[in-house]
Design a binder for this molecule. Structure first.
Ligand SMILES: [Zn+2]
Length: 116
């Protein structure tokens, strides 16, 4: 019985294992078990170094301009129910996906928030 993980790149189920290496025949991606563990253990932390999790409530610690708009997320704004983005999806250092009352959906940078 095999319980190989799907390919982290293309989600292919046809991954095979060669010693410590996992290989995806569909996209050619190769990785090791250690790679996978470090990726999932590499947490996203707030300004104080506390580990953040999906669903946390955080407070913004500095005024943040919203790209392409004149709106500002004010310091002290509470942001509920954040969703963490993995490195592949976080562009420009934005690694938190959230919705802010009155402002809508946006992405934040974890170093400008603190867990409440
Ligand atoms: Zn693949």
């Amino acid at each position: 019985m095999s319980s190989l993980p799907p390919c982290p790149k293309c989600q292919s189920q046809y991954v095979y294992q060669d010693a410590n290496l996992f290989i995806c025949p569909e996209c050619g991606f190769e990785w090791t078990d250690a790679d996978q563990q470090s990726a999932s253990e590499q947490g996203i932390t707030d300004a104080n170094g506390n580990l953040l999790a999906d669903g946390d409530t955080v407070t913004v610690i500095k005024d943040l301009k919203i790209k392409g708009s004149s709106s500002v997320v004010k310091v002290g704004t509470k942001v509920k129910n954040i969703r963490l983005l993995d490195a592949d999806h976080s562009k420009d250092g934005h690694n938190i996906d959230c919705k802010i009352d009155g402002l809508g959906a946006m992405k934040l940078t974890s170093k400008y928030v603190k867990k409440t």
